[in-house]
Design a protein around this ligand. Sequence first.
Ligand SMILES: C[S@@+](CC[C@H](N)C(=O)[O-])C[C@H]1O[C@@H](n2cnc3c(N)ncnc32)[C@H](O)[C@@H]1O
Length: 225
Amino acid sequence: MIELFTHAGELVVDPFVGSGTTLVAARDTNRNAVGFDLQSGYIELCNARLANGDLLNMSKQIPIQDDTRNICEYFKEETISLIWTSPPYANLLNRQRKNKSRRNRNTAQLNKVEQYSQDERDLGTMSLDDYTLAMGDIFESILPLLKPKAHCVINVPDMWWENERITIHISLVEELRRRGYELRNIIIWDRTNIVNKIGIFGWPSNYITMGVTFEYLLDFWRPPK
Ligand SMILES: C[S@@+](CC[C@H](N)C(=O)[O-])C[C@H]1O[C@@H](n2cnc3c(N)ncnc32)[C@H](O)[C@@H]1O
């Protein structure tokens, strides 16, 4: 995505940077990049992954510990060439593990909630409706920071909840359109290989994570003026 939508030296921003994969990819492709995360642990992980800097590379990558709702305080209008992110997925991970996908269900994870955090600012704690509005507010505030025709690519799966398909990607497409973005493309990221690497049906520990073998790359842009 970075190579597809930006030139060397341009600015890439990840509003939900997590372990910093975007920053590492930006360094490897000589792009400047800034990433936001609520949690100090992730910012430390980003810094550790960036520690072996590339001396021949003049670009900078900076992880910032802040609520991404404050993103406007960090950038001037029309300076960002690409938003690329893998955001939280509403509160769909925020439930007790039943270990249904495990051969041996009685592990230390049984009945534990394995969520990124319980911080109320974390979009991963919200119902799908609140989450969609919060994403809309955040991306509406980002829109003026993007250069016209700059892309904004969001990576999400859909999920199952109580035997119902939760189409996160449709909620996000509709909400971002309402907020002024134009959908350009939807790319299906086939992750079957990754799932298969876990083993035949995940043997001996896991089957397929989240019941999906692919994710969406929702490719929007800021419409031309
Ligand atoms: C799916 S993870 C990102 C994964 C990332 N692509 C990686 O390579 O690790 C989502 C991240 O969003 C962060 N997050 C959730 N709500 C946030 C908010 N309001 N502001 C900043 N970060 C937030 C979480 O702490 C979590 O690390």
